[in-house]
Design a protein around this ligand. Structure first.
Ligand SMILES: [Zn+2]
Length: 208
């Protein structure tokens, strides 16, 4: 059973969503300088790299990342092939073989852009009618291979609001380039940060 890592490497100079803080890591203690060990100070945004949006990202009083149930983050899911599409709309979802899966990862043509240092404003995203469809289907987790699931600059962020209000977890920056489409086991583990609106996560995918 192959095991894949769908997590972006955190490093200085990595792709950042416009306006978000850059990733930084500096040495506080260094063996080379005569300290007894190596130890670093890290500075990260809550939506850095591969990460989970908790409902509190957009919903007042919504669950924070430490309150997300583990069952939503782990279990059966599917990597859906959305390559060749410019957007994921209701029609695209109705035409795909979702089966009864409640954890969906969209593999689009975005993948290579995740590894570039510059943000690209044109990327494959989920539309409002597709977000509504995901709510109707009782989906629990939805992931995409770019830093936002929503069209860049979409006024009012209706896709985030619709999904997060319904308690659907949004996972962004999922690196799916090496992972074939199909059913899988998903393990998506954000850090357990008190009161946080999101967190970088490690995402492991197992396929038969
Ligand atoms: Zn986010």
């Amino acid at each position: 059973m192959p095991v894949y890592d769908a997590t972006l490497v955190l490093r200085e100079g990595m792709l950042i969503y416009p306006g978000d803080p850059a990733f930084r890591m500096e040495s506080l203690l260094s063996r080379k300088k005569g300290d007894s060990c190596n130890l670093a100070l890290m500075s990260i945004g809550t939506h850095l790299g591969t990460h989970v949006d908790a409902p509190a990202h957009y919903v007042d009083g919504g669950a924070t990342v430490d309150q997300i149930p583990l069952e939503a983050l782990m279990g059966h899911g599917i990597v859906l092939d959305m390559r060749g599409k410019t957007a994921i709309d209701r029609k695209a979802l109705e035409g795909s073989d979702l089966k009864d899966q409640t954890r969906l990862l969209f593999k689009t043509g975005n993948g290579p852009k995740l590894l570039l240092p510059e943000f690209c404003e044109e990327y494959v995203h989920v539309t409002e009618d597709a977000a509504q469809f995901l709510v109707e289907r009782g989906v629990r987790l939805v992931g995409i291979d770019y830093l936002s699931i929503e069209r860049y600059g979409n006024p009012g962020n209706p896709v985030h609001r619709t999904l997060l209000k319904a308690g659907i977890l949004v996972v962004e920056g999922v690196y799916l380039e090496e992972i074939p489409p199909g059913p899988c086991e998903i393990y998506c583990l954000p850090l357990r940060i008190h009161g946080a609106d999101g967190s970088p996560a490690r995402i492991i995918i197992k396929q038969d």
